[in-house]
Design a protein around this ligand. Structure first.
Ligand SMILES: [Zn+2]
Length: 297
């Protein structure tokens, strides 16, 4: 059924709410550089498409994208073209306001599907802070599921060749090779490239691999502080990875691997939706904490 809030008429909205069992998901990302070979909107493109595709497996209402994640610019030598860095306080207020509006439309569970690691610190603060004030819904957030190469390689090694039907023998070999080499992932990495290749293949430019370095810079002074457990903004990430690229180059990535990775991740996300829908514990706690009990019936 049509699960997107944006594509639903006011008349059909009640049906969407009922079929969703009053669960609404918000795809979240950010607009920032993803090395030179992936688009600025990588995280939004992934969260949006995966949140929607999973809603076709397990019905939930899909809210419009929360596109403006936490992107720090000031500490970088130069702001990369196309980056949008809103004050995180505005993002927290905006999210709270949106959740209130979603709740006012009859939803009592809200799940953020997050595609941007930089959102996790403020989402944690947001969720904790929300617990200190009355609100009529359960709030939770989840990352876009991890798949490639490590989880897929472990699956292949356990279940054997042919267990991921989209892949050829060469594809399996490549994934297991990267797994055994402990491929580094982080930002604009193989996984992000695979998902983006599935959803927006024209925006992925593998021919530009090799122009930037996704390995951490050798910064002994910074490392000394980190070794002493001094906590830095972003864990020093912006100094270690000044190209906004963290990970080993995903040479050999192709559309079959992208298709498989995306399918598996979508199925995992649908499982998350199902568990969140079925959960009675959090809803019960929310009901206890809110005086208008009928709202949660
Ligand atoms: Zn990203």
């Amino acid at each position: 059924m049509e699960t997107r809030w944006l594509h639903t008429t006011s008349e059909d909205f009640k049906k969407l709410r009922e079929e969703s069992e009053r669960v609404c998901v918000i795809p979240m990302g950010c607009l920032e550089k993803h090395s030179v070979y992936l688009p600025l909107g990588t995280d939004v493109i992934i969260a949006n498409n995966m949140a929607y595709d999973a809603s076709q497996l397990e019905t939930v209402c899909v809210f419009p994208d929360f596109a403006f994640g936490d992107v720090p610019c000031g500490d970088h030598a130069a702001r990369p073209d196309g980056t949008i860095a809103l004050d995180v306080r505005i993002q927290m207020l905006l999210l709270e306001n949106l959740c209130g509006e979603i709740s006012a439309n009859g939803f009592n569970k809200i799940l953020v599907v997050n595609g941007h690691g930089g959102n996790l610190p403020w989402l944690q603060t947001f969720a904790r802070n929300l617990g200190c004030k009355p609100h009529k819904y359960v709030f939770a957030y989840v990352d876009v599921p991890d798949t490639v190469p490590h989880q897929m390689a472990e699956f292949l090694l356990e279940k054997g060749s042919g267990s991921i039907p989209e892949l050829t023998a060469e594809d399996e070999e490549l994934i297991i090779k990267y797994y055994k080499a402990d491929m580094q992932l982080g930002h604009a990495c193989m996984q992000e490239a695979a998902y983006t290749m599935e959803y927006a293949p024209e925006s992925v430019h593998l021919d530009r691999l090799g122009r930037e370095d996704g390995s951490p810079r050798d910064l002994p002074e910074l490392q000394k502080l980190l070794d002493l457990k001094v906590r830095l903004s972003m864990g020093g990430w912006d100094h270690l990875y000044p190209d906004w690229y963290a990970g080993d180059d995903p040479y050999g990535l192709n559309e079959r691997i992208a298709r498989a990775a995306t399918r598996i991740a979508t199925e995992k996300l649908a499982e998350v939706y199902k568990a969140f829908k079925e959960d009675k514990f959090l809803l019960g706690r929310a009901k206890e904490n809110y005086k208008d009990k009928t709202w949660f019936e």
